[in-house]
Design a protein around this ligand. Structure first.
Ligand code: GLY
Length: 350
């Protein structure tokens, strides 16, 4: 087992251990009081692990209730958010009870925002079952729902009391969804750890526990310095500015991981051409993305992506904070005017 302690406005552990879903009740009981646990999950994950987790929670003395959503980003909406709050109230959860999010990023974000809002905050436990949720969305306290005007437009910073990652859950992930998580893992190598880039040349599935732990450590260090995303936490957005543009232009038919992969490749080409990072970094990134079944080519032109960037919620006035590689395993945040960003987008075109 690997345990990473997160030091944020609430302190908590992220535990990475094979088989942890089946024994989650005892681990949850060790850090939470309460008598009731509201399990939030999606229909697919419920079929795989719902019963196991419920039984473990009950064995630890919790009365359990279960709220099931349809899988997919479209479920992360205001209607489900209100339904979930009403469900918690109808089932008489009190302030000492807890919400347990079992699933990927959609479940974690929705359940997390509900936990932050219900009775002005009840305890939240994250049981991530996708690679992306294990290395990114379950850690660091960002919770949100989508609004008709865009993704993640309403939410809260709300840290969990415990995160339990069970690498065995990766065995049931469709390859496409696993690849999406690999994009975020490669991102951590690019922003903070050249040794992780080297390690990833060996298939991730053979070293899942160690890789997840390294990514969580990097995220922990970033969150400890900038929990509320006012500065260096933006490093975690490497590849995301252009990636969000790709997602938007595609009407969200291109997945987040694939869009981030394209965004990372594009920014790295532009950085190399501008002599902002060492020669050869792009091809190393390219080869890793290909190894993990991820795309490297932008499907849209500079003009379309620029229009999308104007709609990005992270734009501030005429400036965009772009994360750019500086060295192997190190990125920096550059504040670019939209004109400078337009020039950079031209350089992405290979
Ligand atoms: N997923 C980016 C962050 O947590 O800041």
């Amino acid at each position: 087992m690997k345990t990473i302690h997160v030091n944020a406005s609430r302190q908590y552990d992220v535990c990475i251990r094979r088989g942890s879903l089946a024994r989650c009740g005892g681990d949850i009981r060790a850090v939470n009081g309460g008598t009731a646990a509201a399990l939030v999950t999606d229909r697919t994950v419920d079929g795989l692990y719902g019963q196991t987790v419920e039984q473990s929670l009950q064995a630890a003395g919790y009365r359990t209730v279960k709220f099931i959503i349809e899988p997919g980003e479209q479920s992360k909406n205001g209607e489900n958010f209100l339904k979930l709050l009403n469900f918690l109230a109808e089932n008489q959860l009190t302030r000492s009870d807890l919400v347990v999010a079992l699933g990927g990023g959609v479940v974690g974000d929705l359940a997390g925002f509900a936990a932050a809002s219900y009775l002005r905050g009840v305890a939240l436990v994250q049981l991530p079952t996708t690679l992306l949720a294990m290395v990114d969305s379950s850690v660091g306290g960002k919770t949100a729902i989508d609004l008709p005007a865009g993704k993640n437009l309403a939410g809260a910073f709300y840290q969990p009391s415990l995160v339990l990652c069970d690498p065995d859950a990766l065995d049931s992930l469709p390859e496409e969804i696993f690849s999406d998580g690999c994009a975020e893992v490669i991102k951590y190598g690019m922003i903070a750890d050249g040794d992780l880039l080297t390690a990833l040349k060996t298939p991730l599935r053979r070293q899942a526990e160690a890789v997840i732990a390294r990514c969580v450590e990097i995220k922990r260090d970033v969150v400890a310095q900038d929990e509320f995303d006012t500065g260096m936490r933006q490093l975690l957005n490497f590849g995301h500015t252009i990636g969000h543009g790709v997602e938007l232009c595609s009407g969200y038919t291109i997945s987040h991981g694939k869009a981030v992969a394209m965004g990372m490749a594009a920014v790295t080409v532009a950085a190399e051409r501008s002599e902002l990072c060492p020669d050869g970094l792009y091809w190393e990134l390219h080869d890793l993305l290909v190894q993990y079944g991820l795309p490297t080519q932008l499907p849209y032109g500079a003009q379309q992506l620029l229009q999308a960037a104007y709609r990005d919620k992270k734009r501030s006035g005429d400036e965009i904070h772009l994360v750019v590689p500086a060295l192997r395993g190190r990125c920096v945040i550059r504040n670019l005017t939209m004109e400078e960003f337009a020039v950079l987008l031209q350089l992405c075109d290979r």
